[in-house]
Design a protein around this ligand. Structure first.
Ligand SMILES: *[C@@H]1O[C@H](CO)[C@@H](O)[C@H](O)[C@H]1NC(C)=O
Ligand SMILES: *[C@@H]1O[C@H](CO)[C@@H](O)[C@H](O)[C@H]1NC(C)=O
Ligand SMILES: *[C@@H]1O[C@H](CO)[C@@H](O)[C@H](O)[C@H]1NC(C)=O
Length: 250
């Protein structure tokens, strides 16, 4: 009796799982506006698990925390849900003595803090904000995944330019917290270099950051390739179209 019921229960449990996405405009519905699109919108076509895209344009790991978006997402996490966290584009230094509400403290230590605006504000590192979210997601029985930011459409010869420090920090989060790290930057760079600069230029109608629907599709496919090459059990939810995305493991 148990033998016939257990697989059925397993299916019920599995089908209740959800993938939740935390990120910025490069992932969000509507991208950066003007017809651009975030890759999180194109991801569901490659998966058999429902996707809730909670990305918010203009956010960094810090402001996604401070504006309450992580708390809202974490409150909705059910045991067994996956959460992909991907930030970096809005996390860089404001370049001035004044805090812009987005920038993180420089460095990848969990507890690094930095004061700006005189002595009024203490800001933490990228790793501090992300690792807090990772720990809260784990506490709810969720399965966090850290993904490095997408590249800009900036080339060095025939190659996408190297990623900045937030790519490295994302990898450090994976190591420090023992969760799956998806090198999304690298997998997207691989896809772009295979297509070539002329084609990739057509994916960027307004600037070098926000993608068209076609570009968002390539970026979503690059994530799926990175997922298939990872050790995350989320790859069990990749469908036939997902298994057929181009390129190989890095
Ligand atoms: C920091 O100070 C600048 C200049 O006064 C101000 O524009 C900015 O809003 C302040 N940032 C925060 C987060 O309070
Ligand atoms: C960060 O600081 C807290 C409080 O002092 C401490 O408990 C924790 O171990 C520190 N974490 C790391 C990774 O250094
Ligand atoms: C991924 O890209 C980053 C940034 O360009 C680079 O530092 C790193 O070595 C790359 N990793 C792999 C596995 O290619």
């Amino acid at each position: 009796m148990l033998q016939t019921i257990l697989p059925f229960l397993y299916l019920l449990t599995a089908s209740a799982q959800t993938l939740r996405l935390a990120g910025d405009s490069t992932m969000a519905l509507g991208g950066g506006g003007s017809g651009t699109q975030g890759w999180g919108v194109e991801l569901p076509q490659y998966l058999t698990i429902p996707v809730v895209n909670s990305a918010v344009a203009g956010t960094s790991a810090r402001s996604f925390t401070n504006q309450g978006f992580f708390n809202t997402l974490i409150a909705s996490v059910q045991a067994g849900d996956y959460v992909v966290i991907e930030f970096g584009h809005n996390d860089g230094s404001s370049g001035t003595a004044f805090d812009n509400g987005q920038e993180d403290a420089v460095g990848n230590g969990y507890n690094i803090t930095q004061k700006t605006n005189g002595t009024q504000i203490v800001i933490h590192s990228f790793n501090f904000y992300v690792e807090n979210a990772v720990n809260s997601i784990k506490a709810k029985g969720g399965i966090p995944i850290i993904s490095s930011q997408t590249p800009d459409n900036i080339w060095t010869g025939t190659q996408i330019a190297d990623g900045g420090r937030f790519v490295t920090y994302a990898q450090t989060v994976g190591t420090d917290t023992g969760i799956t790290y998806i090198p999304h930057y690298n997998y997207t760079a691989q896809a772009y270099e295979a297509l070539g600069m002329t084609t990739v230029d057509t994916f960027y109608p307004i600037d070098h950051l926000h993608t068209s629907v076609a570009g968002a599709t390539v970026v979503a496919e690059a994530f799926v390739r990175g997922l298939l090459c990872s050790n995350s059990a989320l790859k069990n939810f990749v469908n036939a179209a997902g298994k057929a995305v181009p390129n190989g493991c890095i």
